[in-house]
Design a protein around this ligand. Structure first.
Ligand code: MG
Length: 202
């Protein structure tokens, strides 16, 4: 499986990182070795001094598809979940300055935390609250209605370039409030009122 991620999909987050609003979706991919599941602890890697959390809604692709029209995109996923797009911000800033790819900053081992998935029928995906607490304190709060590109628009766009396969995940971008983690922290994510993950940073 692969994890296709969208960057810069919430205006407030674009502002906080002083990025430009994209003219088309910003895409990057995390490999399957990035997956961290089952509330396993996240160990801060030695190569970075600044790992940021980014809480994101994801959908799980349920069938093979290429060049999917937006109007059919919703038939390609039944499950929705919440995860973390861990980012080595120092490495990413270095890559951006040099105009180099983001892979080391975004695709490293265990950089994709995959929380519980839920049937999409239990949620209103175009108007869904989600949030992240660090050590019990609210640090990120978003609503999918604020996405620049909707889930279905993202699927239509990315499937022009990458064939989607059963089990692939689409991460849909983070709202504002991103920040660093350090050993000893605990992160808990909520999709609506449902706790989707809770794990420790080591
Ligand atoms: Mg992200």
């Amino acid at each position: 499986m692969k994890i296709i991620c969208i960057g810069r999909n919430y205006s407030e987050h674009i502002r906080e990182l002083k990025n430009e609003t994209p003219e088309e979706p910003v895409i990057f991919i995390k490999p399957d070795s990035a997956v961290l599941r089952n509330n396993s602890p996240f160990f801060i890697p030695a190569f970075t001094q600044e790992v940021h959390y980014e809480v994101e809604v994801f959908v799980k692709i349920k069938k093979h598809g290429k060049a999917i029209p937006e109007k059919f995109a919703a038939t390609y996923y039944d499950e929705v979940g919440l995860g973390i797009d861990f980012t080595a911000r120092d490495l990413q800033n270095h890559s951006k300055t040099k105009g180099l790819p983001w892979e080391k900053a975004k695709g490293f081992d265990h950089s994709a935390v995959i929380g519980k998935t839920f049937p999409k029928s239990e949620f209103q995906l175009d108007n869904q609250e989600f949030s992240l607490k660090k050590n019990g304190v609210l640090v990120q709060q978003g609503n999918t209605r604020d996405m620049i590109y909707s889930i279905d628009a993202i699927i239509a766009y990315v499937s022009q370039f990458f064939t989607l396969k059963k089990g692939d995940l689409i991460f849909t971008g983070t709202p504002s409030g991103v920040g660093p983690v350090q050993a000893g922290d605990q992160l808990e994510g909520f999709l609506g009122n449902h706790s989707a993950f809770r794990f420790d940073i080591r």
